[in-house]
Design a protein around this ligand. Structure first.
Ligand SMILES: [Zn+2]
Length: 507
């Protein structure tokens, strides 16, 4: 099989892996280029203190983005799994990621499915939390699996954020200054992919690449072309060629590639001196398939640590309260053993776990809870559900976690059945009360009640069961700067009855 066929084969293989509609995803849309910081660092790494061996705690803000109707966002379960994978991929770096604030849900179709990196940059400018690394999980990050904008943040595609994927680690690597080992080859030998290169022939001494977007994504009318030296097998130019690291091997492959059993590329390449080699896929910063990648090199790790300690020194909080890993697995308390419970106002409880500050609750319809019907994160050892199916058997389990530890195990699984009754409501009351408008995009919702008694109080909950607002006003609910999304409005009547209504808020 010749090289051209191999390339076509690997491209097709990639096609089958990640699809949005019919369009293939680029592995990474991060604009190529070394920052001024990285150039300075690589001139003399010994000038930088990396505090090797010291744990560095690095804050993340994570946005799970859905569409305008409140749908499509990466679930709580998937987001926690992806965080756990990111944490595991950085094992051995002594860099520990933590959630600076709870996972944020954003509902905006223009963010969720953004076609250009410029739109992504605007999403980031509008929502970024300063002095944290901002990460946006969306359906379509401009046709890529992910990208990092050095001045704004990381965008990540849901399709590339599964537990076996390393795209997040790759993009965070970029955010911490490190580049592709094949830096310069993103557009092939020329900057725009126009020149065919035969890997059997000796590579040129230099290649061109488009530096425009690295400098500033908002530059739309200028083209900045830079030159990169092609890294040689003898190590003579490894300090400045390609990514500038000597312990990342030469690699000229700028499209997705499969690896053999040793993690090497199937495509043989030829360096400028005529020396033949295969790319090494173990490194997270190559474009090897995810099953090939498992590590960063010591020089990459040192650069990332030096970058945190200098350029991102403000991200390090000296008074940070570091939580120890969650200590143990919770056990479910109620309802268990197929107990019959109300279908609305359903209360679930479990044992508290030491060092846990939050719990992921999953409900499923089969005994293994492999397919999750419903999941939510709560910050207490109980949760209340308002819209379960009537006369249904649910299986459920809970995972304890905290802002520093996402990799704990689930509790055992218990089952309960719902009846056709609600817990605190007289169901006929439900028809006597209306919220208008609903959905709402403004700041005020009218509460219209046509019953005989009066409204005592109104409490607004988010889908995590957290209280967002309480008001004694009987006729209106004023919304603050709430993120868009679904809320539960619990209305307490003077008769003692409680009614819960759903309210959908747009940004
Ligand atoms: Zn990349």
């Amino acid at each position: 099989m010749n090289i051209k066929n191999l390339l076509v084969l690997s491209f097709c293989f990639f096609l089958s892996g990640s699809l949005i509609g019919q369009k293939p995803l680029n592995p990474c849309g991060t604009p190529p280029g070394k920052s001024l910081w990285l150039k300075k660092y690589q001139e003399n790494p010994a000038n930088f203190d990396t505090r090797s061996g010291d744990p560095l705690y690095f804050p993340l803000t994570v946005f799970s983005v859905g569409d305008d109707t409140g749908l499509g966002a990466f679930s709580e379960t998937s987001t926690l799994d992806a965080l756990c994978r990111l944490q595991m991929d950085f094992e051995g770096t002594d860099i520990y990621f933590y959630l600076h604030s709870p996972i944020k849900f954003l509902y905006n179709t223009a963010y969720f499915d953004h076609e250009t990196v410029v739109q992504g940059a605007n999403m980031m400018f509008d929502n970024n939390v300063p002095n944290t690394l901002n990460n946006y999980i969306v359906r379509n990050p401009a046709g890529n699996c992910g990208y990092n904008l050095p001045y704004a943040g990381v965008a990540l595609g849901k399709a590339c954020a599964n537990p076996a994927d390393h795209t997040w680690a790759h993009e965070v690597g970029h955010a911490l200054s490190i580049q592709h080992p094949f830096l310069g080859w993103e557009g092939g030998v020329s900057y725009d992919g126009s020149e065919f290169h035969d890997y059997n022939e000796a590579a040129p001494e230099t290649v061109l690449y488009d530096y425009t977007l690295f400098k500033d994504t908002l530059i739309l009318d200028t083209l900045i072309i830079d030159t990169a030296y092609v890294e040689k097998m003898d190590g003579s130019n490894c300090h400045f060629a390609a990514d500038g690291f000597c312990d990342t091997a030469p690699d000229y492959l700028a499209q997705r590639w499969p690896c053999d059993g040793d993690g090497n590329s199937l495509i043989e390449q030829t360096d400028p001196d005529g020396v033949k080699f295969y790319s090494q896929g173990a490194n997270f910063m190559t474009y090897a398939f995810d099953n090939c990648a498992n590590s960063f090199t010591p020089e990459q790790i040192a650069a990332m640590r030096a970058n945190i300690l200098t350029e991102k020194a403000d991200y390090i909080d000296p008074s940070l309260e570091i939580l120890a890993p969650v200590d143990g697995i919770t056990s479910l308390q109620y309802p268990i053993n197929d107990e019959m419970v109300p279908y609305s106002g359903t209360e679930l409880g479990w044992e508290e776990v030491d060092n846990a500050t939050a719990y992921l609750v999953q409900l499923g319809f089969e005994p293994s809870v492999t397919a999750v019907l419903f999941d939510t994160i709560v910050y207490a050892n109980q949760a209340t559900f308002y819209d379960l199916n009537q006369n249904y058997k649910y299986y459920w389990r809970v995972k304890a976690f905290n802002d520093f530890d996402f990799c704990n195990e689930f509790s055992g699984i218990e089952a309960f059945e719902t009846g056709d009754f609600v817990s605190t409501n007289d169901k006929s009351l439900d028809q006597l009360i209306h919220l208008a408008p609903n959905p709402v995009s403004g700041e005020v919702v009218a509460i219209i009640y046509s019953g005989n008694d009066s409204i005592e109080s109104v409490v607004m909950y988010n889908t995590h069961g957290q209280k967002v607002k309480t008001t004694l006003n009987q006729q209106r609910l004023e919304l603050g700067e709430n993120d868009g999304g679904l809320y539960y409005i619990q209305i307490q009547l003077s008769s003692g009855s409680t009614i819960t209504k759903k309210l959908l808020v747009f940004n």
